[in-house]
Design a protein around this ligand. Structure first.
Ligand code: IPD
Ligand code: CA
Ligand code: CA
Length: 263
């Protein structure tokens, strides 16, 4: 774990030292050329820093685990199965925040063993906040142990994600958020699902949902939240799977129950 944490912290420096220039829709991501290009879906961008962080993580982690497989968001060549040891990586979760200098982005690294998440790290380099957990052990934010509190919705903040790359989910997302607003202190939409889920683990929110996320958005954070005593399932209350896109509900157990009473 210490070695992995060290690698993720070093990768954080790539984000902190990034020289942002806001040239959209350029296709060449070499060092001297503009840095942003579009991917599939609406407003879905990749920068040369997403690629830099991803390949730094791949290279460094391979030195620790030469036989490991890798699933990275910015990599098309995903392994056909997750048997054995496999890392699921989002090099920058919150790329739009990163591009617009919003300083709410994270590196997310999940270690899977035979399909199960056994270690998770989510690191926000701007705040130097490192969330991490090992399966069956505690979850931490830096040195502090995380323990989810049974905060009711009415006494807490909630957050949601807009599934920005799937326009057809927008109305439904906002309808749910509108209903949720009646039951909470207020609602946040911060732009990094990995951090949003970790914020539930840290009691900064009692509740988070998003109607479509990819495994690299939630794999590491799901273990962190579970080890802190929180609940994370699909929107229809099914156990998580890590092979495909899915909806996510992440909450403390009290807020989770309350949500399904009015939704
Ligand atoms: C996105 C962020 C965002 C969430 C999107 C994700 P990306 O990840 O987590 O908060 O709403 O659904 O795809 O594209 O910035 O890595
Ligand atoms: Ca992401
Ligand atoms: Ca990303």
């Amino acid at each position: 774990m210490e070695d992995l944490i060290q690698i993720v912290r070093e990768a954080g420096n790539i984000i902190l030292e990034a020289d942002l220039n806001h040239d959209f829709n350029q296709t060449d991501l070499t060092d001297d050329n503009p840095m942003i290009t579009s991917k599939e879906g609406r407003a879905n961008f990749v920068t040369k820093y997403d690629l830099k962080v991803q390949y730094f993580l791949f290279d460094q982690i391979k030195k620790l685990y030469p036989d490991a497989k890798f699933i990275g968001e910015e990599d098309d060549k995903h392994p056909s199965s997750m048997d054995g040891r496999c890392f699921i990586i989002d090099p920058i979760d919150g790329t739009s925040n990163f591009i617009f200098d919003n300083k709410f982005s994270a590196i997310s690294v999940a270690m899977m063993e035979d399909g199960e998440v056994t270690a998770g790290i989510v690191y926000n380099p701007y705040l130097d906040e490192l969330f991490y957990a090992k399966k069956g052990e505690k979850a931490y934010l830096n040195q502090r142990v995380l323990q989810v509190k049974p905060l009711p919705l009415k006494d807490s903040l909630a957050a949601f994600g807009t599934s920005p790359y799937e326009e057809k989910l927008a109305d439904q997302s906002f309808e749910i958020a509108r209903k949720l607003l009646n039951h909470v202190v207020d609602i946040r939409r911060c732009g990094s699902a990995a951090l949003d889920i970790c914020y539930v683990a840290a009691n900064r929110y009692s509740f988070f949902f998003e109607l479509q996320l990819s495994p690299w958005d939630f794999a590491a954070a799901s273990l962190i939240l579970q080890e802190a005593g929180g609940k994370i399932t699909t929107f229809d209350k099914k156990e998580l799977f890590y092979e495909a896109k899915t909806s996510i509900v992440a909450a403390n157990p009290v807020a989770y129950q309350e949500f399904y009473q009015f939704i």
